[in-house]
Design a protein around this ligand. Sequence first.
Ligand SMILES: Nc1ncnc2c1ncn2[C@@H]1O[C@H](COP(=O)(O)OP(=O)(O)O)[C@@H](O)[C@H]1O
Ligand SMILES: N[C@@H](CC(=O)OP(=O)(O)O)C(=O)O
Length: 595
Amino acid sequence: MSLIVQKFGGTSVADTEKIRAAARKAIRAQKAGHRVVMVVSAMGKNTDTLLDLASQISDEPPAREMDMLLSTGEQVSVALVAMAIHSMGSKAVSLTGGQIGLKTDNSFSKARIQSIDTGRIERLLDAGNIVVAAGFQGIDDDLNITTLGRGGSDTTAVALAAVLGADACEINTDVDGVYTTDPRLLAEARRVDVISYDEMLELASLGAGVMHSRSIEFAKKFEVPIHVRSSFSDQDGTMIVAQPESETAPVSGAALTRDEARVTVLGVPDVPGMSQKIFSAIAAQKVAVDMVVQNVGTSGKADVSFTVAGGELKKTLAALEGILDSLGADGVTHDDQVSKVSVVGLGMAHQKAVAASMFRALAEANVNIHMITTSEIKISCLVPRDQANEALRAVHEAFSLDQRPSDAKTWNEIKASNAKEADVADVVARLQNDALEALTLTDISIVPAQARVTLDGVPDQVGVAADMFEQIGEAGIFVDMIVQGYDGEDGSTSVSFTVEQADLDAAQKVAREICGKHSMRDVRGASGITKLSVSGIGLRSHTQVGTVLFEQLASAGINVEMIATSELQVNVVIQSDQAGDAATRLKQAFAEALH
Ligand SMILES: Nc1ncnc2c1ncn2[C@@H]1O[C@H](COP(=O)(O)OP(=O)(O)O)[C@@H](O)[C@H]1O
Ligand SMILES: N[C@@H](CC(=O)OP(=O)(O)O)C(=O)O
């Protein structure tokens, strides 16, 4: 008999009528012949209400007590859902995270799942019950209640689907699928039939709140297909699976992170270990750093810019205050009125000028780009917050995201052409060997023979990045990483990009033309550099990857020239003669996580 996991988010159990509707949906699935496990979140905005209550009692409530408090939201809803099912004449049992044997580590408020004991769920299902499990919560080795982080019920659902070998993991929510961008922000957003794990992972971590990014890490690792659909209808929604909807579209989705803050540490001595010092001081405050751009300095000094969530700015500035003297840096500037617009697509990895199209779209909307970072399947631009919506609309339109690509496939078409289904034995073996959410790295690799071009004194004006990368694209040069930082001194910025070493002369020639046209300060080129990449799943949420990488390189005296991070890869650019040593050290440091 097939087993399905049905997750209902807070918006889908916001009141008693919605709770009844969720109960009816589960009963329908059971009557259709499935074994049904429901995973339920706290009603409506109840988690926010609990957070607010805590803040009225204390500025810094103990993390353990916070999790004890927040877990009660889900306890209320599972009990009510089970009651609703009973009242409709079917059998149901509600269970807390502890009662489903969901063991986590002890990082309160962001606990990671280690194991789930399926015995009790299986017995209850055998006895004809619908099992109603509380999302978002677990217990640690000392039986303390832990929570998985905001939005964590998705992760509970996908984890349960994996360990129970479910046929489907349904995410029932208040939208009828995954859209090309948040449909609340843009009416022209299009619902997609299929989206790949990698694209969804990036979109979720960039602000597409429809899914918790860690649940996608889980789904990818254990090959769980996810079906995102409306709680309020039986229409099919969006399948999140290994394959993308289209093989040719360069971009499949766009996202907006509205509340960002930019921080720049000015005049950091350009010697190994400085970035590590900065980022470990911030990591010690448990603040996640997002876009990172290090401008390669001309006078032995560099400016290091990065973004953090707006709410973390105060903590970040305080952490930097403590290390400024020991860094020998000149000072810190910040801007708390910025937002990040990103585009994501598997297709962009093989296509030229995707970045240039995004920059042009922003220029035409008269949006100035403060910072740029790219990685293999995403491009992010930091823009003024008061233009954030226009910026999102402009890039959505530029990539025709409102229209179905001509080669788009449905899930049934993809399934029919799949050579093989997931190997169940392989998945089960991995489930037994790993702590479920342990870090998984797939590769540590180097791309040698790269070169860097840096333009200094780039005027911080609308349209400059678009001009630059269009001209480089027209010259037939494939650009890999692009970073645009922030100098903070005279309102100008620096832009660096990498190309194949063989293209360096041609790229510098174009760069010099652009430099003249836009009255920039200088063009510098460097060859003999290598891109070193650590690949895996969910690398931004496993923040230790960046920390260990920087520590290892710093202790070997290796200077990091450029950085690009994504959910799939952490990339650094270093001198080629140090690349072998760097790769060996990283393989040793990450031996346990490499698969
Ligand atoms: N790309 C996207 N596709 C669909 N919904 C999105 C996207 N990005 C953001 N969202 C938002 O996510 C919301 C659903 O998430 P959430 O409110 O957390 O639901 P739930 O309570 O079911 O967990 C939608 O209402 C939608 O506004
Ligand atoms: N109730 C928790 C967990 C959760 O996943 O909620 P939702 O499914 O409504 O996003 C939260 O608000 O973070």
